[in-house]
Write a protein that binds this ligand. Structure first.
Ligand code: PBG
Length: 330
């Protein structure tokens, strides 16, 4: 059978995780693949994400490549994919989820509890900034961007030259554990932050395989069984619930919202926790919900979506003033 083309961003993390997904798909489908590198606005423009639109800057070019038939599937970090659907495209599969937690990478082996008073922490994420300040109001948060190794290079280390604003100028950074693990950078982690301290971003740790949709919104027949074989249903139910929160509150990936759902295949319990916070940690609201859903039901995904929507509805009024474009930094 003909080979298929897999679109990816060019960052080290993107090419690494795309390679992993593409090899798995090839194996399932008994077909070769080729990788197509796509440059996105988020790779080219280094302004803070909250300034260049946040939502979607990493994915627009990849989606266009699918629509232009430059590639057949695109591999995204689900976290970077806006929660609203996209005309003509469909998420054909979700990967098994990697470690969903955020990870503190600090100088001198520090944990969140032992960081010195007033320590300077780098993150570009309002969600991480808000929850860091909730846990430790004395911390100073500075906005950073760039790829994983660039960010790790900002952490102070014995013997490393301090170049103001470039290298070794921070006490710690916070990154997604999943990215660090996929890139083999776990040795830099000094603490994996429990979701009770830092709720991850909706979709964090999962990959989404996007493809062209047929007229009735399904995956093209050529790819359907391969993608169905790759899809991980417990992940699908959890991330659908999480992303439903973003869609209901009309918030993007740059919003200070954490959301984490778990699905227990044995009991059928789907649980969801959500936090919306002020970026300076001065205010926050939380909500949780739980349903039982049989993953064999055809409407299991709709039930997960409804759970996210109902938890979000609980927060609609109390969180409205925290989901404005002003509630970010940079
Ligand atoms: N916006 C960058 C981005 N998009 C997805 C991940 C992590 C990978 C994942 O969520 O699986 C990262 C890096 C980070 O947050 O540290």
């Amino acid at each position: 059978m003909a080979s298929f083309r897999v679109g990816t961003r060019g960052s080290a993390l993107a090419t690494t995780q795309t390679g992993m997904a593409a090899r798995a798909l090839s194996e399932l489908g008994g077909r070769d693949h080729e990788i197509v590198l796509i440059k996105t606005e988020g790779d080219v423009n280094m302004a803070p994400l909250t300034k260049i639109g946040g939502t979607g800057v990493f994915v627009a070019a990849l989606r266009q490549a699918l629509l232009d038939n430059t590639c057949d599937v695109a591999v995204h970090s689900l976290k970077d994919l806006p929660a609203a659907g996209y005309p003509g495209l469909v998420i054909g599969a979700y990967s098994v989820r990697e470690d969903v937690r955020d990870a503190l990478c600090a100088a001198d082996g520090h944990t969140l509890a032992t960081l010195p008073e007033g320590a300077v922490i780098g993150t570009g994420s309002p969600r991480r900034a808000a929850q860091l300040k909730l846990a430790r109001p004395d911390l100073n948060i500075v906005g950073i961007r760039g790829n994983v190794d660039t960010r790790l290079g900002r952490v102070r280390r014995e013997g490393r030259e301090v170049i103001e604003g470039k290298q070794g100028d921070l006490d710690a950074v916070v990154l997604a554990a999943s990215g660090l693990i996929r890139l083999g950078r776990e040795e830099f982690v000094t603490e994996y932050l429990d979701p009770s301290v830092m709720l991850p971003a909706p979709g964090q740790g999962a990959l989404a395989i996007e493809a062209r949709a047929t007229a009735d919104g399904a995956v093209e027949e050529e790819l359907a069984s391969m993608l169905a074989g790759y899809d991980h249903l417990p992940t699908r139910l959890a991330v659908v619930a999480e992303r439903s929160v973003l869609r209901t509150l009309a918030a993007g990936c740059a919003a200070p919202i954490g959301g984490y759902a778990t699905y227990n295949e044995d009991s059928g319990e789907l649980k969801l926790d959500v936090i919306v916070a002020n970026v300076d940690g001065s205010e926050h609201v939380t909500a949780s919900g739980q349903i039982t859903v049989d993953h064999n039901e055809t409407d299991a995904e709709a039930s997960a979506d409804a759970l996210g929507a109902s938890v979000a509805e609980e927060l609609r009024h109390s969180a409205a003033h925290l989901i404005t474009r002003e509630n970010h930094f940079g």
